[in-house]
Design a protein around this ligand. Structure first.
Ligand code: CFM
Ligand code: HCA
Length: 528
């Protein structure tokens, strides 16, 4: 693999090669390894990354179904973020569900020249009059920042006029180096403007919030099914199948479960500082990972009845899942896979592939930070660069009335030392020696990887799906699940095995032969 890495970067000009080299490593557990991440992509390289607006509106805020989310900008940004992520939502008692609509101010040339604030005011008024939502969000796109519209001032003004909370996000696409900046901006404002506003207490002593679970293809519903069976109450989800009402009272839960660390670790930290709620890193993808995560929750609560009940549920669910998985495992064992996805699934899905006896030979994130690879213990050593400094870091202290430590200080310290709370190990320790780790992989690198290793499956996104399949290799979208799912939890694991088995064993891959392999697509003649 070392040689292959050199081969990969040799294709670039020297300066670029030097940069890219720092984003690639061959896993070697015998020494502490570090990787470059969360820095600008070299211009001209084909990356899978998205923008700050995508991370804020598309990822963190967009899934809240009973709010109206307005994209302030030209129509393209709103249109291309309209339902493609498949964050599903079931309306609550009031029946409100605005996710099927696409709200945009549809800025025109005139608005860019003379300013778009007037149009934004009108859009908020119109949306509130027509739909009467509980809250509105406004998301700035690139041109809004360039012309200097003050979306926050408009939001304050409209909030006063209409009596409906309006949350404005300065998440212009160009802020930061990827979606990741948008996550942080979304976390900040959601924390300031929503969390802690309603003090309703849960009736269950085992009330948890799930942070960083977005209900893609119904994942959150399967997770909730299992947790409820265990007697664990899901108090609020940030933000899959999310309601703004749930988020406003999330601070009364006993524990935060962090699924996607990358997109929501800021919220977990702020809620702990302000309200005293610790967090536990979980992974609900894969049979063994799901069981392990449930046992982490049990270890936190230390309640014999809960523990007994959870063990009963695990035994029952695992038995059923194992029985259903067995035929697929037989057909999938030994197959190889490479995973290049966002900021957490490239790690989470490795557990599910291990359940199936498949080997992850290469993996990487599009936009995760070094702590998602190497673990949170490196955080104090991270140096701030200009791009990160652009994103506000909220100063949060204990809430004067609402701070309530959930654990006695000694026990909290003990759990922290044991790595149960406030801890994430990152992806690297889970990777096999000799496997490849590539951050923000380019199309060129991915193509070379496929040619060299011929994996049985590539897990990635829409931007490269068809490039991969033209090589005769099946590509599973791990973002929107190729319009299927759920894949989380015990039943999700079985759905996933069934779906990838049918892809990998489809006879079609042997028939794929791109036209240029049969005859040259371009012909030229050299003349004197
Ligand atoms: Fe977290 Fe996500 Fe992901 Fe993400 Fe995303 Fe997504 Fe993703 Mo696409 S929040 S980091 S910004 S798990 S939208 S649901 S699939 S890239 S790996
Ligand atoms: C985003 C959303 C995305 C894109 C998926 C893809 C998603 O980053 O803006 O590239 O296939 O999950 O929908 O990550």
């Amino acid at each position: 693999p070392e040689e292959f890495v050199e081969e990969l970067v040799r294709r670039y000009p020297a300066k670029v090669a030097k940069k890219r080299r720092r984003h690639i490593l061959v896993r070697d557990p015998s020494e502490p390894q570090s990787i470059e991440a969360n820095v600008r992509t070299v211009p001209g390289i084909i990356t899978q990354r998205g923008c700050c607006y995508a991370g804020c509106k598309g990822v963190v805020i967009g899934p809240i179904g009973d709010m109206v989310h307005i994209t302030h900008g030209p129509i393209g940004c709103g249109y291309y973020s309209w339902l493609t992520r498949r964050n599903l939502f079931r309306p609550r008692a009031d029946g409100a569900n605005f996710l099927h609509y696409c709200f945009s101010t549809d800025m025109q040339e005139e608005d860019i020249i003379f300013g778009g604030e007037k149009k934004l005011r009108e859009a908020i008024r119109e949306a509130v009059e027509l739909f009467r939502p509980k809250a509105v969000s406004v998301h700035a796109t690139c041109p809004v920042g360039l012309i200097g519209d003050d979306v926050q001032a408009v939001a304050r003004e409209m909030e006063e006029e209409l009596g409906v909370p309006v949350l404005a996000f300065h998440c212009e696409g160009y802020k930061g180096v990827s979606q990741s900046a948008g996550h942080h901006i979304a976390n900040n404002n959601l924390f300031k403007a929503a969390v802690g506003r309603d003090d309703l207490e849960p009736s269950s002593p085992f009330a948890v919030n799930i942070l960083g679970e977005y209900n893609i293809g119904g994942d959150a519903w399967e997770i909730e099914r299992v947790l409820e069976r265990c007697g664990i109450r899901v108090w609020a989800v940030f933000s899959g199948n999310g309601s703004i009402d749930d988020i406003r009272r999330a601070h009364t839960a006993q524990l935060n479960l962090v699924m996607c660390h990358r997109s929501i670790n800021y919220m977990a930290e702020m809620m702990e500082k302000a309200y005293g709620i610790p967090w536990v890193k979980v992974n609900f993808i894969g049979v063994r990972a799901m069981a392990k995560s449930l046992r982490k929750i049990v270890a936190y609560f230390e309640d014999p009845d809960l523990s007994e009940r959870v063990e009963r549920v695990i035994a029952d669910e695992v038995e059923r899942a194992e029985r259903d998985l067995a035929p697929y495992r037989e057909r999938l064992a030994g197959k190889t896979v490479v995973l290049f996805v966002g900021g957490s699934r490239a790690h989470h899905y490795q557990d599910l592939f291990r359940d199936l006896g498949m080997r992850t030979i290469a993996a990487g994130y599009e936009f995760a930070h070094r702590d998602d690879y190497e673990g949170r213990h490196i955080l104090p050593t991270l140096k701030m660069d200009a791009d990160s400094r652009n994103i506000e870091e909220l100063k949060v202290g204990p809430h004067p009335e609402k701070y309530r430590p959930r654990l006695p200080a000694e026990r909290a310290e003990e759990l922290r030392r044991a790595g149960l709370i406030d801890h994430y190990e990152g992806m690297l320790p889970d990777m096999e020696p000799g496997s490849l780790v590539i951050d923000d992989i380019s199309h060129l690198e991915l193509e070379m990887l496929i040619k060299r290793y011929r994996p049985d499956l590539v897990c990635s996104g829409i931007k490269d799906k068809y490039v991969i399949e033209k090589f005769g290799v099946p590509s599973k979208q791990l973002h929107n699940y190729d319009y299927r799912g759920p894949y989380a939890g015990f039943r999700g694991a079985v759905n996933f095995a069934r779906d990838i088995d049918s892809m990998i064993h489809s006879p079609v891959w042997k028939l794929v032969r791109p036209p240029w392999e049969k005859e040259p697509c371009l012909r030229a003649e050299l003349t004197a």
